[in-house]
Design a protein around this ligand. Structure first.
Ligand code: GUN
Ligand code: FE
Length: 437
């Protein structure tokens, strides 16, 4: 059994878990103790990984569900052109509920098979089809946070894919919050609505302020993009004479568990504000390689205690796998440290001390994302819900020769695990993908 207690502290041990009717872990006992033997007598409610490795489920802290059909394509343009030429036209098609249902019914099981037990989704501006995404999460048993996208700016957004008035977007968001909460089968709150201004450039001031007020009134979580690229960061600076984070704070959108996607151009002062409001950053290293033009200094975030996790940012990111993004987070941070231009002298090439290691990436992929959202998952410990995945013991390359070395095991898993080595996935103690045996 493998989990991370803090960014640098992973624990690998043989243990048994007792899980209650609601799917919560109520007891954990290490092998060799009398409590362990006792737990194993409750066969039906105990999990014990004799041969394989059990680890916490993965958290995707930023993903655009409607962009699934575009995964692995359309990566040849900068952000602003990519939105206009590819992404807005695709998202507009979700006006058709049947099309939306078809995509979301495919997406949610595909993510569960990748080990993504919790996902923070952007849907589209369409209420009914965005509700289909919430329904798919419920049907397949994924912990889903679903946002109806709000955008009304007539310069940036096409006429056929935006709200014509800010009030319409605000009242649609209000209806969407109620509709998600009232979905049949959602009595336990497995799926939650999220207030989702797409990003500042796509929203009027009235809309941003209205959504901030709605967040304050309903206490619903907020997500948006912030300081993603030079273009986006400068756009906000020109418009408001301040950074994205300062503007979001002024509109009341920087709140506990607000998740800011990308945020690579945030300053130390911005991140201080993020911490002050108990908000978080979704690090999307693959997407950033295509659209950001810079690498988020995740080392600083970990050192200063800014809440953060990992996002696939489908389809700005081409991979649906959080493990693949964890791998890329390590690679990107190393490149930031070393620098990449061989024409420069070594001393001038990089920003030293910016690397992160595999255990930190593992924490980001699991508990980091869970803390950002404020959900009791991400560790296999009493008090947490049993969201977990089991690695296939037949994939021997995942298991180091030194069986009890936690750091090596984590490194193997981050470097090599993926859909083909995930044997079984649980959410709330229920199998949602794969087979137990
Ligand atoms: N900024 C506004 N919309 C988007 C989007 O769909 N993807 C990314 N990566 N950035 C955005
Ligand atoms: Fe995004």
């Amino acid at each position: 059994m493998l989990d991370a207690l803090s960014p640098g502290e992973v624990v690998l041990s043989k243990a048994a878990l007792l899980i209650d009717q609601t799917g919560m872990i109520v007891e954990r006992a290490e092998s060799g103790t009398s409590q362990f033997d006792q737990l194993l007598r409750h066969h039906d409610t105990t999990w014990h990984d004799e041969r394989s490795i059990l680890m916490p489920g993965l958290v995707d802290l930023h993903i655009h569900a409607p962009q699934w059909p575009q995964l692995g394509t359309a990566l040849d343009r900068p952000l602003e052109q990519w939105l206009k030429n590819y992404t807005f036209p695709l998202e507009e098609r979700y006006n058709d509920i049947a099309f939306a249902r078809g995509v979301y019914e495919e997406l949610v099981p595909a993510l569960l098979a990748q080990g993504t037990t919790t996902a923070l989704y952007f849907a589209t501006i369409h209420e009914k089809s965005s509700l289909e995404l919430a329904r798919s999460c419920l049907k397949y048993g994924q912990r889903g946070f679903v946002g109806l996208v709000a955008m009304d700016d007539s310069i940036l957004c096409p006429e056929t894919y935006r709200y014509s008035e800010p009030e319409a977007a605000i009242s649609a968001t209000r209806r969407f919050i109620d509709a998600v909460r009232q979905l049949p089968g959602n009595e336990g709150g497995l799926v939650q609505p999220v207030i989702t201004p797409r990003f500042i450039p796509a929203c009027s001031e009235t809309l941003l302020r209205g959504l901030g007020d709605l967040a304050c009134e309903t206490d619903v979580r907020v997500q948006t993009h912030a300081s993603e690229s030079d273009w986006e960061h400068d756009y906000v600076k020109d418009r408001f004479r301040c950074t994205d984070v300062e503007a979001l704070e002024a509109f009341g959108l920087l709140r506990r568990h607000t998740v800011l996607a990308h945020a690579g151009f945030t300053s130390a002062d911005d991140r201080k504000r993020i911490r002050k409001h108990h908000a978080a950053i979704a690090h999307c290293p693959i997407s950033n390689a295509f659209f950001a033009g810079a690498i988020l200094p995740i080392r600083h975030l970990l050192d200063e205690g800014t809440a953060c996790g990992l996002g696939t940012d489908i389809s700005g990111g081409y991979s649906p796998s959080i493990l693949e993004n964890a791998r890329q987070a390590v690679v990107a941070a190393r490149m930031l440290t070393s620098g990449v231009n061989p024409d420069l002298l070594q001393q001038k090439r990089g920003s030293q001390g910016m690397a992160i290691d595999f255990t930190e990436a593992f924490w980001l992929a699991t508990r980091g994302g869970a803390e950002a959202l404020g959900v009791p998952v991400g560790q296999l410990r009493p008090g947490m819900m049993f969201d977990a995945l089991k690695l296939d013991p037949r994939v021997s390359m995942l298991f180091p020769s030194e069986e009890d070395n936690a750091e090596e095991t984590v490194q193997k898993i981050i470097c090599h695990a993926g859909i083909h080595s995930i044997a079984c996935v649980w959410v709330n103690g229920r199998i949602v993908s794969g087979r137990y045996n």
